[in-house]
Write a protein of this length. Sequence first.
Length: 109
Amino acid sequence: MSKKLDFFERVYGVVSKIPTGRVSTYGAIASFLGTKNSARVVGWAMNASHLKGNIPAHRVVNRIGLLTGKNHFFGTNLMQQLLQNEGIEVKNNQVTNFKNIFWDPALEL
């Protein structure tokens, strides 16, 4: 298995633990995995996650709560709809209560 695929699997392992109604960030996941400067690669893993099945990629946002990955979901509003279905408020493509629902794997795993 290539290093990139192995890293993607590690990302999916963390993302699958984000609780319903909470969000994490690309950077927090990268940092937790010991690769603090690879937030972009975490984003690539989220883009490819639809090939893996049931990975809650919609729960991963950028460092200020923006839905920067929304264009990689089928349908332009699907990411927002999935978050709202979990009780997360989104306004102007940004999680409104980001600090209160932020899930940091370094603190919670």
